[in-house]
Ligand binder design. Structure first.
Ligand SMILES: [Mg+2]
Length: 113
């Protein structure tokens, strides 16, 4: 579990030290790193099975975990910079809308649990 109070304290320091633009640039950089690792995972997942390929996939999985953590941290920082409450309001709306879409799809295609 993330200690939100600690997170806020540390990331306020980042913004004070480096500025808002730096935080936005970091987020863009981290999102591209995760994008790259996900592309690599899908590419290596299509390869024939081999010890070498399995090792590569394991390394990529570790990178995906690290880059996911980076993106979540940066996105949380962007959320704080632009408005926690507004972002959460939109998130709630999208979750509700998403549930209706997926429930309709499941019902239409008769997908079981
Ligand atoms: Mg990274």
């Amino acid at each position: 579990m993330i200690d939100e109070e600690k997170f806020n304290k540390v990331y306020d320091k980042f913004t004070r030290a480096f500025g808002k633009e730096s935080e936005m640039r970091m987020c863009i950089e981290e999102m591209s790193e995760l994008t790259k690792e996900l592309c690599k995972f899908m590419r290596y997942s299509r390869n024939d099975k081999s010890d070498e390929n399995d090792k590569k996939l394991e390394d990529i999985k570790k990178n995906i975990i690290e880059e996911t953590a980076d993106v979540i941290i940066c996105a949380s920082q962007i959320k704080r910079l632009f408005g926690d409450d507004e972002v959460e309001k939109v998130m709630n709306y999208k979750i509700e809308r998403g549930e209706k879409i997926v429930d309709d799809f499941i019902s239409k295609h008769k997908i079981g649990d």
